[in-house]
Design a protein around this ligand. Structure first.
Ligand code: AGP
Length: 606
């Protein structure tokens, strides 16, 4: 999704901005641009496509200046082309914007009547013109007045040649972080863009703005009340956002999972007593025991993790769970009663649908618990209590390690709730004992990567794929299908295995690969039957089976084994081959694995 970088101070602005934009590439974008304020006034360069194209265009210009703003755009209003790329200019005002100005149509009509001429089809350009319209020598005031009449969401950065060295930023619904340096200050939509320069950051909240100069940072509300913000220290390092020898971030992140799963549970399990401690959950034992219903709010892969959570919590902690698409929840009239706990799951902590659903749940009086990865993200800060999954920065747009860490946390939460009601100390102990073995078992699955690559080679040219699973592995079938479609653009669908005969079975022919999660659990005999049904129609079967299985192997075209484990933990193992299969297929097809077309890492627009 769109990215913002700004810098003012003692550095070559173009260099810092281009480097920052590259660090935001993972978020997904289709054009990029830069505006530099220097002694010769303002220079603006924009290009369609990758940052490399912008960098090339910059080489031909003499970009001298130590203050500037830059942007990667993910098209919403208007095609991804050079004219629609940011920064948008109105007279001397340069503006970059993340989010959507909802009333831009009406504002454009008014401004056009006043003589403003628009170059682009974007909503953003309207805001640039509004700021110019309100400007009478005070840029901060002009921005405040303009924001007073726009409706929608924004993270913005604005410059004006009358104010060399000044960048004005503001936030409502789209993240902005200030980087505090010495003699130089930064603004970005994501700390990844600036962490090569400083580790001291200030996270802006909605309704806040900032004025940056080389000498300092001033924060106010957008209605001009002074506010004091805490400076925080970033704890992760640059190495975590580099590829470390892997061909793609996605592959690196898949292979990190033994470690990231361990990081998610480290310090949180009490194996002897079969219990769990999650410091961020500020609920007493009495409150935990009196949760009557759980509503899980999430999107995409996080929603799939939520489904795994539903299976675990209902079966082991015996609390009714509903998993809702956040985008649907926020627009209906959800029932929230005093005993309802809302679990809000988001890797980025910035997904707008999830954030707004959480706000709606809070307005309705729900207790809200955030499960996020990005420290300091909006959902992490606005949820009453929460748990970080500690997966480390996830750069690949297709989520992998965050998913397994989310599932790990949901499993720990199941234990926390269940130990206060229905799970015995002995069962809790067995579950946690086995969790300690899971990282090594994940590694065993990862060791099959080359064999999975060979299967991928065979199916890379196919157009469709079906994924089947039962019970707690049904969400894993959904997740496998999502991974494949996201990065290889092959049409894929996930189904509960038994549901196949109610429709999808019509699709099965020799050209239909069917990935079946067929591990040894309570529904094994049933899934053998489902595999037979596929085989009878000449479908191609890729089966994920438990080590030592021979029955399914005899029926399948390909088998990938996973180590035996308790049913409670199988999703953490069964998802790994599906991630690898999707990855290798996408690579064989020559697709841009880390930045798949049309997708964004954090979806900050509705
Ligand atoms: C995952 O591979 C996807 N890129 C996407 O479905 C993602 O999980 C979804 O947009 C939710 O993101 P979040 O976890 O950051 O809220």
């Amino acid at each position: 999704m769109c990215g913002i970088v700004g810098v003012t101070g003692s550095k070559d602005a173009a260099k810092v901005l281009l480097e920052g934009l590259k660090r935001l590439e993972y978020r997904g974008y289709d054009s990029a641009g830069i505006a530099i304020l220097g002694e010769d006034g303002q220079q603006v360069i924009k290009e369609k496509g990758k940052i490399a194209a912008l960098e090339e265009a910059c080489k031909g210009e003499d970009l001298r200046g130590t203050c500037g703003i830059a942007h990667t755009r993910w098209a919403t209003h208007g095609a991804p082309n050079q004219v629609n790329a940011h920064p948008h200019i109105s007279g001397p005002v340069a503006l970059v914007h993340n989010g959507i100005i909802e009333n831009y149509g009406a504002l454009k009509v008014k401004l056009t009547k006043k003589g403003h001429v628009f170059a682009s089809e974007t909503d953003t350009e309207v805001l640039a013109h509004l700021i110019e319209d309100f400007y009478d020598g005070d840029l901060v005031l002009a921005v405040q007045r303009a924001l007073g009449v726009v409706e929608g969401a924004y993270g913005i950065a604005v410059t004006h040649p009358d104010h060399p060295g000044l960048i004005v930023g503001a936030r409502k619904g789209s993240p902005l972080v200030v980087g505090v340096g010495e003699g130089v200050n930064f603004l970005a939509s994501d700390v990844a863009a600036i962490m090569g320069h400083t580790r001291q950051v200030i996270y802006l909240d909605d309704g806040e703005m900032v004025s940056l100069t080389p000498e300092g940072v001033t924060t106010t509300t957008i209605t001009n009340e002074a506010i004091t913000k805490e400076i925080q220290e970033i704890t992760w390092d640059l190495g975590q956002i580099q590829k470390g020898g892997y061909e793609h971030f996605m592959l690196k992140e898949i292979f990190e999972q033994p470690q990231t799963i361990r990081d998610s549970f480290r310090g949180r399990i009490l194996t002897d007593s079969g219990d769990v401690k999650l410091g961020g959950i500020q609920l007493t034992d009495w409150e935990l025991r009196n949760i009557r219903r759980i509503v899980i709010l999430a999107c995409g892969t996080s929603w799939h993790a939520g489904l795994v959570g539903e299976y675990l919590i209902e079966e082991y902690a015996r609390i009714p769970v509903e998993v809702e698409y956040a985008s649907e929840f926020r627009y209906r009239s959800p029932i929230i009663d005093p005993g309802t706990l809302c679990l809000v799951i988001s890797q980025s902590g910035e997904t707008i649908d999830t954030l707004e659903a959480m706000r709606e749940a809070k307005r309705k009086g729900a207790k809200v618990l955030g499960i996020t990865n990005v420290v300091g993200s909006t959902i992490a800060r606005e949820s009453e209590c929460g748990v970080y999954i500690h997966a480390g920065p996830e750069i690949g747009v297709a989520s992998t390690k965050a998913f397994t860490s989310q599932v790990t946390i949901l499993a720990l939460l199941t234990l926390l709730l269940g130990r206060r009601t229905s799970i015995s100390a002995d069962l809790g102990h067995q579950i946690l004992k086995e969790l300690e073995n899971i990282p090594a078992k994940v590694q065993k699955v990862l060791d099959h990567s080359e064999a999975i690559k060979e299967i991928a080679r065979i199916y890379a040219g196919h157009k469709n794929c079906l994924y089947l699973g039962r019970g707690v592995n049904f969400p894993i079938a959904l997740e496998g299908a999502l991974k494949l479609k996201e990065i290889s653009y092959i049409h894929a669908e996930g189904y509960p295995a038994a549901e196949m005969k109610h429709g999808p079975i019509a699709l099965i022919d020799p050209n239909m690969p069917v990935v079946v999660i067929a591990i040894k659990d309570g529904s094994y005999d049933k899934i053998v039957g489902n595999v037979q049904e596929v085989r009878a129609r000449d479908g191609k079967i890729i089966a994920i089976v438990t080590e030592g299985d021979t029955e399914i192997a005899a029926l399948s075209d390909h088998v990938i084994t996973i180590p035996d484990t308790m049913n409670f933990w199988t999703p953490l193992l069964s998802v790994i081959p599906l991630q690898l299969l999707a990855y290798h297929i996408a690579v064989f097809r020559g697709e841009d694995v880390d930045q798949p077309r049309n997708l964004a890492k954090a979806v900050t627009v509705e």
